[in-house]
Design a protein. Structure first.
Length: 556
C-alpha cells in the first residue's frame, strides 16, 4: 500500500513504506532484478500541523506527480462492483551503483472513471472498508495486470509485504484458469503458492485486514470461480482475511525479526514462519560526515556494506567530530524552528516514530520530578520528539497534546521540542544528530523497528526495551543499553501483571547511573560505543544483508 522512494513523494506513512523503498534500493545497489508496484496517492498521507494547544491538524499534501514520475503508456482495466475501472501507471527509477530498479505507481484518477474510482488515488489509508478493499483490488489485481501489460510476462516470485496486496494471488489463479479453460484445482493453488512469498509485519491479530465476504462478492463479482469453493484459503468464516489469504497462497512466510517470528507462530500456529530481520539501506541513511569517514577509511563500502565492520578502526576523535557536525545541523534546525535555545554540549535524546499508544512515547515523562532531578544532578538534558498520529487514532493525538503540554513543566532543567510533520528528511536529521536513540514499545508489539538501525549507522547508540530487532542488536554497554527485564524475564513478567512503571524506573536508572554520566564524564568511552554501533550493528542490520537472505531463503 505504501512505499518511500523520495522524500518529496508522499506515498508513505511510516516504517512499512520506508522499508519497501530501502529493499528496492538495496536491489539496485547490488544489481538484483526486481520491480516494485504500489499505489499513487495524489493527496499523500497527510501534512501534519500542530497548533498552540498541541492539537494535530491533518492537511492534504499537494504535489505535482509529473515533476517526479513518468507516465507510462499501458492502460489496464479491472472490474469493481458493476463498473469497469481504467488504471494507468507512473514510473520512478531507483538508481544505485549504476543499476536501476523500476517502481510503478498505479493511478485511477482518469476522466473516464467514476468519481468514486478516481478518488482511490487520493489518500493513503483513508476511507471505509469498501474504499480500502477497492484500493487493495487495484493494487493486487491491477498490479499483476499492469506488470503483464508492461511486458513482465515471466516473474519468478511475487513478494507481498503485509496482506494489502494479497489479492494478487486470486489474479494469478484467474490467469491459470483462463489459460487452461478449466476450473481451479488444488494443483493450480500449489502453482500459485510456488510463485508467492509473504512477509508479515504486524504482531497483533487486530492489525490484519479482513473484509466481510458479502462485501467482497459485491466489489469483486467477476472472478471465474465461486467464493464458496475457495473459502478454506480465505479464512475465516464469513470474512476474507487478507493475511490468511497470503499465508495460504505463499510457499515462504517470514516475520521481520527473530522475536516477531516467534509471536507470529503463536498467532498463526498452523504455518511455518521463518525470520528475516529487517535492515536499512545504508547509503540512503548515513549522514554526509559519516559517509566521508567511510570514504576515507573503507574503500568501496557502498558496494560491500558488510565492510563497514572495518569502521572499528576509525579513530575515535574522527567519529566524535563527525557526530558534532550532525548534532550542530540538527540543533540549528531545531532552534530555527522553535527558538528553544538547545545547546550542542548538552546531552540530547531523540524519539521519533508514529505516535500511538503501544510505542509509549510518554514513558520518559512518567515522573517529571525525577527526570528533572537527573538533569540537575548529572547534566542538562534535551529531548527531540517527532511523529504523526494516524487521523483515526484519537489516543495517538491525545499523546501529542499531552507531550506538548508538559513543555513548560520541564524547563529549565530539561528542554523539550516536538517537531511537526515527521518525514524522511526530518528523520535523517534526527537519527544522525542526537546523542541517544530512545525506543520503548510495549513488548511484544514491536515487530522489528528500524529507526534504531538508522541511528546506529550514524554512530548513535540506542536505549531500548528488549523487543523487535533490539533483542538481536543490543550488546549491553557496547552498542547501547537495554531498558528493564530481559527477553525471558519480560515474558514471565507480563503473565504476572507486569506494568510500564517498572520500565519507567529502569529507564531513569539507566540514564542516571550509566548513560548520562558516561556522556558527561568520559567522552572517549562514549565515542567507543558510538563506533561499535557503526561497526557491529551498521554492518549487519542493513538492507543488503536482508535482501541476500530473501534471495537465499525465499526467492530461490
Amino acid at each position: 500500500m505504501e512505499i518511500a522512494v523520495d522524500e518529496r513523494i508522499p506515498t508513505y506513512s511510516g516504517g512499512l513504506g520506508v522499508l519497501a523503498g530501502d529493499t528496492l534500493s538495496a536491489a539496485a545497489s547490488v544489481g538484483f532484478s526486481m520491480v516494485g508496484v504500489s499505489l499513487l496517492y495524489r493527496k499523500g498521507y497527510f501534512f501534519q500541523k500542530i497548533d498552540e494547544q498541541g492539537v494535530q491538524r491533518e492537511e492534504p499534501v499537494e504535489w505535482v506527480v509529473d515533476d517526479f514520475l513518468v507516465e507510462q503508456q499501458p492502460r489496464i482495466k479491472i472490474q469493481l462492483e458493476n463498473r469497469e475501472v481504467t488504471v494507468r501507471c507512473w514510473l520512478y527509477e531507483i538508481e544505485q551503483n549504476e543499476h536501476k530498479v523500476p517502481v510503478y505507481f498505479l493511478d485511477t484518477d482518469l476522466p473516464e472513471n467514476d468519481p468514486y474510482d478516481r478518488s482511490l488515488s487520493g489518500f493513503l489509508y483513508g476511507g471505509d472498508d469498501r474504499y480500502r478493499l477497492c484500493q487493495e483490488a487495484v493494487l493486487g489485481i491491477g498490479g499483476v495486470r499492469m506488470l503483464r501489460a508492461l511486458g513482465y510476462k515471466k516473474i519468478d516470485r511475487f513478494h507481498m509485504n503485509e496482506g494489502h496486496s494479497s489479492l494478487l494471488t486470486l489474479e494469478l489463479l484467474r490467469e491459470i484458469s483462463e489459460a487452461k479453460h478449466e476450473p481451479i484445482t488444488w494443483e493450480d493453488i500449489e502453482a500459485v503458492r510456488a510463485l508467492c512469498v509473504f512477509t508479515t509485519h504486524t504482531p497483533v491479530a487486530s492489525g490484519h485486514d479482513k473484509f466481510p465476504l458479502s462485501l467482497v462478492k459485491e466489489v469483486l463479482p467477476f472472478f471465474p470461480f465461486s467464493y464458496g469453493e475457495l473459502r478454506d484459503i480465505f479464512c475465516c468464516g464469513d470474512f476474507l482475511n487478507m493475511t490468511y489469504l497470503a499465508l495460504n497462497l505463499s510457499h515462504y512466510i517470514n516475520g521481520v525479526a527473530k522475536r516477531h517470528s516467534e509471536v507470529s507462530r503463536m498467532l498463526f500456529s498452523h504455518y511455518e514462519i521463518d525470520a528475516i530481520t529487517n535492515g536499512v539501506h545504508v547509503p540512503s541513511w548515513v549522514s554526509q560526515p559519516i559517509q566521508e569517514l567511510f570514504d576515507k577509511h573503507i574503500p568501496h563500502w557502498r558496494e560491500d556494506i558488510f565492510s563497514i565492520r572495518y569502521a572499528i578502526a576509525i579513530p575515535l576523535k574522527q567519529i566524535w567530530e563527525a557526530h558534532l557536525i550532525n548534532k550542530r545541523h540538527l540543533l540549528d534546525f531545531v532552534n530555527r524552528q522553535k527558538n528553544i535555545g538547545m545547546e550542542i554540549d548538552n546531552f540530547t535524546i531523540g524519539f521519533a516514530r508514529r505516535m500511538t499508544a503501544y510505542k509509549r512515547p510518554e514513558l520518559i515523562f512518567s515522573n517529571l520530578d525525577r527526570l528533572k532531578s537527573i538533569a540537575k544532578a548529572i547534566g542538562p538534558l534535551q529531548l527531540v520528539f517527532a511523529g504523526k498520529a494516524h487521523p483515526k487514532d484519537e489516543e495517538g493525538k491525545k499523546i501529542i497534546q499531552r507531550i506538548h503540554a508538559i513543555h513548560s513543566s520541564l524547563s529549565p532543567e530539561v528542554k523539550l521540542v516536538f517537531l511537526e510533520n515527521y518525514d524522511l528528511a526530518l528523520a535523517k536529521r534526527i537519527v544522525a544528530g542526537v546523542d541517544l536513540w530512545l525506543n520503548n514499545p510495549l513488548p511484544p508489539l514491536e515487530a522489528s523497528g528500524t529507526s534504531g538501525m538508522k541511528a546506529a549507522i550514524n554512530g548513535v547508540p540506542s536505549l531500548s526495551v528488549l523487543d523487535g530487532w533490539w533483542i538481536e542488536g543490543c550488546i549491553e554497554g557496547m552498542t547501547g543499553w537495554s531498558i528493564g527485564m530481559d527477553h525471558f524475564q519480560r515474558k514471565e513478567g507480563i503473565e504476572n501483571g507486569y506494568s510500564s512503571d517498572r520500565d519507567a524506573d529502569a529507564l531513569y536508572d539507566k540514564l542516571e547511573k550509566v548513560v548520562m554520566p558516561l556522556f558527561y564524564k568520559n567522552k572517549e568511552a562514549y565515542s567507543l560505543i558510538m563506533r561499535s554501533c557503526i561497526a557491529i550493528n551498521g554492518s549487519f542490520f542493513n538492507a543488503q544483508r536482508m535482501l541476500m537472505q530473501y534471495v537465499i531463503k525465499a526467492y530461490y
